[in-house]
Design a protein around this ligand. Structure first.
Ligand SMILES: Nc1ncnc2c1ncn2[C@@H]1O[C@H](COP(=O)(O)OP(=O)(O)OP(=O)(O)O)[C@@H](O)[C@H]1O
Length: 642
């Protein structure tokens, strides 16, 4: 390339370009302009040469690098396709939980060079709670979920470590396993589960190593969960309602739920029989929808939820809980979707089914789809909780598209408010009433609470023998009137003296007096405030079962229960569909389609039949209730009906 000197006539200022030894005569388009530019800036245009060469070298290097990268990519693709086995798992799948838990147990989380740190008790981050289930605290591998979640040192909640998104690796049976966690654009599936894809890779064409790893993780997870019940609730934070990823908790032993043994046996036999594959075929052969429904009803704190949890543990089923009273933005459509998303075998607990504005009151005011009632818009606006119509609920429970194989348990504190259609046979096959504690229940609540006392680091000077606990339980039971208190209330009192049963016995009488005073005064206030209630009392089923005509006779063990918040009602007023037979605990009310071999239910259980209609004096009128009455007066415990 030759660069010609620019003559003075070219218009450049004098002195510019003359000193340069230029030989830049190459006919490069635009070169002239660049030379002038260089000269105008006082630069030597010959530097253009070096610059051009540098650019050429850089471009060649870039080209080479890009080529090398392409080559490497092709090599990686080739290796990946031919020499690497991989397993892809999405975080919405249960297998993701298997792996995460396995990783946590095998110190992978803590050994990673890049990791995420969370503190369990960060109130702003619900998802932290979830993560903590699968990670270790300060390298303490293999902790149980629940223990891990609550781990604290003297300073407060401890830190937890998780492998960071991206690439990490670990060794499994002396083979390198590469783990890649790729976050998806949604960030989180719900409050506590990241939306991500996990890829596990290992070198070699055989997928056996990864399969073994996955099988081991699955076995490890299921084994550790076998003594636990996974409870799923509705994740209400996202627009599209879905079940959350579940939370494991130690299964409740069914022996800790206090109710009549025969009733407990009955429900266990019934549910086990239902889950038997033979029963499924029996249903199929007869064209019956394979579903079983239970209604647990009674005052708060009498054991409805406890029995459900214990059943889930006993039957090794996961529990899906939805509280209709809580609302949470669930509509008919989303409720249907939630039911469709249920696994084949599980327990669904619909709590407080009377709270959702789905009660019979709505019948009169509005018509729903297909003639079914919808919630009263006035009432709906007032409580503004549930957006679920009655037809929506029925569709979810047993509509054409609804799932088969699940056990449905509905609970209510107000059975008499329920529409008979909701609890008709086929939807509800067995009803269990939970009532106030009778003498036997009172005794057993005491025994249950203090039975392990000898194992505790004792605060009381001498550990108690079992005999002493029994005799103390006897004394405790004789001091507490039957049919007045719920097991939860008794437990609450005993918990105040959890290491001192003697003191609990010594103080129980004054506690009873105080509580009775409270119950009576609250009842009195509510009565004087609400004359209507006195004129036309609307009592709950257990209320109907348990009033006493003489409050002074409360200490009498055969007295009837007094509803919290109401004065005892004269016996003449409380005669109800339950009739007058007195039973301590448990009875069975209504039978439906019965699967094979439910001999217990068929033979023992059908001891009276009532419908929701009959049991509500405020709907049918007190006289109707009385005239249709065939039940019995009860004082507590559970009362099963099929
Ligand atoms: N029958 C019972 N046997 C053992 N524990 C009981 C019983 N009833 C109540 N409890 C204890 O009382 C507490 C509350 O019980 P639970 O939640 O089962 O009552 P519930 O009837 O479901 O109340 P709600 O109607 O408010 O949901 C729990 O701690 C439970 O252990």
């Amino acid at each position: 390339m030759t660069i010609r000197p620019i003559p003075p006539s070219s218009g450049l200022p004098l002195g510019m370009g003359h000193g340069a030894d230029m030989n830049m005569n190459l006919p490069v388009p635009g070169l002239d302009v660049v030379q002038r530019l260089f000269l105008s800036m006082g630069l030597d245009p010959t530097h253009l040469m070096s610059l051009g060469m540098a650019f050429t070298v850089l471009a060649s290097l870039g080209g080479f690098l890009s080529y090398a990268m392409n080559g490497l990519h092709s090599l990686w693709t080739f290796l990946y396709d031919n020499c690497i086995s991989s397993a892809t798992i999405h975080s919405s799948d249960q297998a993701y939980l298997y792996i995460m838990k396995w990783l946590a147990t095998h110190r992978v989380s803590t050994d990673c060079r890049k990791f995420c740190v969370t503190s369990r008790k960060n109130p702003n981050s619900a998802r932290v709670k979830r993560f903590s289930m699968y990670s270790n605290y300060h390298g303490r591998a293999g902790q149980d979920d629940d223990e891990e979640d609550d781990e604290e040192d003297d300073l407060g909640p401890m830190l937890k470590y998780n492998p960071a998104p991206g690439l990490s690796y670990f060794w499994y049976r002396r083979h390198l396993v590469i783990m890649q966690r790729v976050p998806e654009h949604h960030g989180y599936l719900n409050n506590d589960t990241p939306d991500e894809t996990m890829v596990l890779m290992t070198i070699g064409r055989s997928p056996n190593l990864l399969r073994s790893l996955l099988a081991e993780a699955r076995a490890h997870y299921l084994q550790s969960e076998s003594r636990k019940t996974t409870v799923y609730t509705v994740n209400s934070s996202n627009f599209q309602k879905s079940w959350d990823n579940g939370r494991s908790r130690a299964s409740r032993d069914i022996s800790t739920v206090i109710m009549e043994d025969k009733d407990k046996d009955l429900i266990l036999r019934d549910t086990r029989d239902y889950l038997n594959p033979v029963t499924a075929r029996w249903y199929a052969a007869r064209g019956l929808p394979y579903r079983r429904g239970y209604l647990f009803y009674g005052p708060p704190g009498t054991g409805k939820t406890s029995l459900t949890l214990a059943l889930a543990g006993e039957l090794k089923l996961n529990l899906y809980i939805f509280n209709l009273g809580a609302g949470g933005g669930v509509t008919d459509e989303t409720l249907g979707q939630l039911f469709q998303a249920l696994p084949k075998k599980c327990i669904v607990l619909l709590e407080d089914i009377d709270c959702a504005g789905i009660g019979r009151w709505e019948h009169a005011t509005a018509n729903g789809v297909g003639g079914l009632p919808r919630i009263n818009p006035m009432r709906h606006a007032a409580n503004n909780k549930s957006q679920i119509s009655f037809s929506g609920l029925l569709n979810a429970i047993d509509g054409v598209a609804s799932h088969e194989g699940r056990i449905l348990i509905m609970t209510t504190n107000h059975r008499e408010r329920l529409d008979p259609a909701l609890i008709r046979p086929g939807r509800v096959d067995v009803q269990i009433e939970f009532g106030f504690a009778n003498k036997e229940t009172i005794r057993r609540v005491f025994q249950e609470l203090y039975k392990g006392l000898t194992d505790l680091p004792e605060q009381s000077p001498a550990p108690l023998e079992l005999d002493s606990i029994d005799s103390l339980a006897e004394r405790f039971a004789s001091a507490v009137p039957a049919g007045i208190f719920t097991p939860a209330e008794l437990q609450g009192f005993l918990m105040m003296h959890k290491h001192q049963p003697q003191r609990a016995v010594a103080e129980v009488s004054s506690w009873v007096d105080k509580k009775l005073g409270e119950k009576t005064s609250v009842g009195g206030r509510s009565r004087s405030k609400n004359k209507k209630a006195v004129e036309k009392p609307r009592r709950d089923s257990w209320e109907l079962c348990g009033h006493n005509d003489d409050p002074t006779s409360l200490s009498n063990s055969t007295s009837n229960p007094v509803t919290p918040g109401e004065l005892p009602t004269p016996a003449s007023e409380v005669e109800s569909h339950w009739g007058n037979e007195r039973e301590p605990c448990g009875s069975i009310v209504q039978a439906a389609k019965t699967p094979p071999k439910l001999s217990g239910l068929q033979t023992n259980v059908n001891r009276g039949s009532t419908t929701g209609q009959q049991c509500n004096p405020s709907i049918t009128g007190a006289t109707t209730g009385k005239s249709k009455s065939k039940g019995r007066l009860r004082r507590g415990g559970s009362n099963i009906s099929t």
